[in-house]
Write a protein that binds this ligand. Structure first.
Ligand code: 4NP
Length: 147
C-alpha cells in the first residue's frame, strides 16, 4: 500500500507528514510505502522549508534530503491524503478517484484543516507537527486494520 501526503507546495506540511509517517510505519512494522507531493509545482526540486526540517529533526527525523514534486493523476498511490479542504478539492479536480482521496483532519482532528504555516513563524510549524503526529498514527493504524 502506498500513501501520498499532499499539500500546496510540498515544502512545509506534506514533507513533514511524510517524515513522521515513514518513522511511524517503520516503528510499527506496517508494510506501507510513503511519499508526498504538492498541488502546485512552483517549488519543484526544492528541499523542505528549514522550519519543517527543524521540527522534524527535534523528533530525530531527517527530511533534509526530500525534494518537492508536483502531484499528478498518473502518480502511483492507493491513498492521497490532503492537508486541507482546498488540497482535497484540488485532488478531486485533478481526477484522482474519490475513494483514494482522504483528508488528514478526519483522523482524530475533528475534521480540521492542517493550517498552512508558510507565512508565519516557528509556532505554526510546531502546531502542524503536533496535529500530524496524532492524525498519522490514527490514519496508519486504521489502514493497517483494514488491509
Ligand atoms: P505547504 O506550504 O503547502 O505546506 O508546502 C506552502 C508552501 C509554499 C506556498 C504556500 C504554501 N507558496 O505560496 O509558495
Amino acid at each position: 500500500m502506498k500513501l501520498v501526503f499532499v499539500c500546496l507546495g510540498n515544502i512545509c506540511r506534506s514533507p513533514l507528514a511524510e517524515g513522521i509517517a515513514r518513522e511511524y510505519v517503520r516503528e510499527m512494522g506496517y508494510d506501507f510505502e510513503v511519499d508526498s507531493a504538492g498541488i502546485s509545482g512552483s517549488h519543484r526540486g526544492e528541499a523542505p522549508h528549514r522550519l519543517s526540517q527543524h521540527v522534524a529533526k527535534e523528533m530525530g527525523i531527517d527530511i533534509s534530503g526530500f525534494k518537492s514534486s508536483q502531484v499528478s493523476p498518473y502518480m502511483d498511490g492507493d491513498y492521497f491524503i490532503a492537508m486541507d479542504m482546498s488540497n482535497f478539492n484540488d485532488l478531486l479536480r485533478l481526477g484522482i478517484p474519490k475513494q483514494k482521496v482522504l483528508k488528514i483532519g478526519d483522523y482524530g482532528l475533528d475534521g480540521r484543516d492542517v493550517p498552512d504555516p508558510y507565512y508565519g513563524g516557528v509556532d505554526g510549524f510546531y502546531q502542524v507537527r503536533d496535529m500530524l503526529k496524532i492524525a498519522i498514527k490514527n490514519l496508519c493504524d486504521e489502514l493497517a486494520r483494514e488491509s
